[in-house]
Ligand binder design. Sequence first.
Ligand SMILES: [Zn+2]
Length: 269
Amino acid sequence: MLLFDSHCHINAPEFDQDRAEVIARMKEAGLCGAVVIGCETRELEPLRSLVAANPGYLWGAWAYHPEYRDTEPEPDVEAIVRANSTKDFVAVGETGLDFHWCEPPRDWQVERFVRHIEAARRLGKPLIVHAREAEAEAADILRAENAGETGFVLHCFSSSPEVARRVLDAGGMVGINGNVTFRRSTLIQESCRAVPLERILAETDCPYLAPVPRRGRRNEPSFVSFTVAKIAELHGCTVEEAASATTQNAIKFFRLPGGASPQQQGGPA
Ligand SMILES: [Zn+2]
C-alpha cells in the first residue's frame, strides 16, 4: 500500500531533534513521498536543503502565508516564481486567505493571494490554498482568476459540502487531513463523503492536527494512514483503494515523475 502526504511541515522546529527518524518512519509506513511547505522567506533556504537531501522523495512548495502580515518587503510575482522555479518545488503555497487571525482591512491578503496565483500560472504549477473562515471567498477568487487551469487544492478542508462543491466547480481538489477523524467533525466528514475520491488529497499538516488515535500528540507524515483509513470508511471502500486513489491524485496533481516506491528510495535516510 502506497501513501502520500500532500501537505506537511517537517521543516518546522518541532522536528529539529528527530527529523531523520521521522523520515525513516514515513518510509516504513509506506509513504512514497511528501510535499514539505515553507511559509516565510527565512524558511526557504533550509527547505531547499531538506528537499535536496531527499531527492525524489520530499518535494517543496513555498509561499508567503496569509497569516503573516507584511513584516518585510512583500514578495512580488518574480520573487515567488524564482522561489518555486526548480524541479523539486512542485507547487506554490501555502497561500490564500485567513480571516481568523487577521483583522480587516484585508486587501493586502487578497492582493498577495492574487500574486501567488499569477506566479503559479507562470510556473505551470498548482497552488496549495489555505483558507480559514474564508473558504467561500477563496473559492470565488480562485474561480475569478481561473486558477483551476493551473490547479489548486483547498488544503485542510473544514467547511460544508456546499463550499466543497464550489471548490470542485472552480476546478480544485479538496485536501482532507487529520481533523476528519475527530468525533465532532461531522461537517468535515459530510464534506469528505460528498467529494469524489479522485478529487481528494490526503495530508497531515504536521506538526498540527494529529488524527485519532494520535490526537493531541505531535503529528507526523506517517500518521496520514489514519486519515486515509477514515476517508475509506466515509467512502465505503477499502483502505487500499483510498490509499491508491489519494496517492495517484497527488502524483498527478503535483505532476511528479512516475510513482517511486519507498523501496526504491534506498530505505531510511
Ligand atoms: Zn500547512
